[in-house]
Design a protein around this ligand. Sequence first.
Ligand code: NAD
Ligand code: TDX
Length: 340
Amino acid sequence: MKYLITGGAGFIGTNFIYYMLEKHPENEYVCLDKLTYAGNLANLKKAMEYKNFQFVKGDITDREFVFNLFEQEKFDVVVNLAAESHVDRSIENPGPFLTTNVLGTQVLLDACRKYGVVRFHQISTDEVYGDLPLDRPELKFKESDPLKPSSPYSASKASADLLVLAYHRTYGLPVTISRCSNNYGPYQFPEKLIPLMIINAMNEKELPVYGTGQNVRDWIYVTDHCEAIELILEKGRVGEVYNIGGNCEKRNIDVVKMIVQKLGKSEELIRFVKDRPGHDLRYAMDISKMKEEFGWEPKVGFEEGIERTIEWYKANKEWWKEIINGEYMEYYNRTYGHMY
Ligand code: NAD
Ligand code: TDX
């Protein structure tokens, strides 16, 4: 089978490519990525050594380019991870989120219709459901819940989900969607909570916690997400949505304190800063469908996952030093400069 993996030079895409190269060497893989600020070709250096892997630089919104690629390569399976993915950037400037996440998805769906695939899989997020209150721990998101996104990012992801489902209903396209909670692990861009806190703490820099740090996220180690996607591609029913989560709800402040403690730093580095506008309070996933249909459950506990992640950032200082020397610092100063 020939796979197209879009957004494969980003965090989850990179992990997914290595996971699949290892688990399914029988397939061919093409990664299509625009290499935005979040995409890093260096992530795929080892993948380039595989004969069954190929990297193509390109934009999923470029219809002519995407159609030519489909015509040439004749993909069997498309896994769409390409997206603008950071909530704070979507609040600053929603435009690129709508362009890539909605219109880019439409281009891929149209190419799948024209050239035919056995599966189009859309990587989506728990954020499409909106948020849950902090004082109702029994509530969790189910696949059948209405979509109620809060940020321009999550609104763009929800729009893409609706479009994917419409292409199934209207054109019979064989689609699946997975909605996953917060991932963490190697190769995550340090604008996101966990790598940002690890790198700042290692550098003895302040640790900016939004609001009071009570917001809750459900954390999943990235390889558990990769395994869930693999199962959906193998056994998922077309037209279906699957929730993926880590069974691991944590308050932000507790995550930050754990990182500080594991790195042997002082909690005095923690600063409570201005809250994110529209900040979702709590995400929690009901993952019983994944368990019932495939027997899937997350395997990596938070303590182990955080330790592995910290080790990776310690061992790969060159990787993140390159990043924090570039556009990142401008973004950092724009975002955090006025918050203290
Ligand atoms: P990321 O920002 O690290 O990577 C996104 C990748 O997409 C980058 O390599 C970027 O260059 C590429 N890209 C962006 N626009 C593109 C375009 N127009 N054409 C081609 N490539 C383009 O994101 P991530 O955290 O790896 O997330 C991957 C996917 O998973 C996204 O769809 C995101 O919404 C979803 N998701 C992420 C999480 C999470 O916790 N990180 C959780 C649930 C779902
Ligand atoms: O500096 C920070 N301080 C802080 O308190 C940052 C960057 C974040 N936070 C808080 C905001 C959130 O409550 O930490 C929590 C996690 O924030 P992010 O890492 O930005 O993730 P989140 O907004 O939850 O969205 C993530 O999970 C779902 C991904 O970025 C999305 O791509 C995914 O869809």
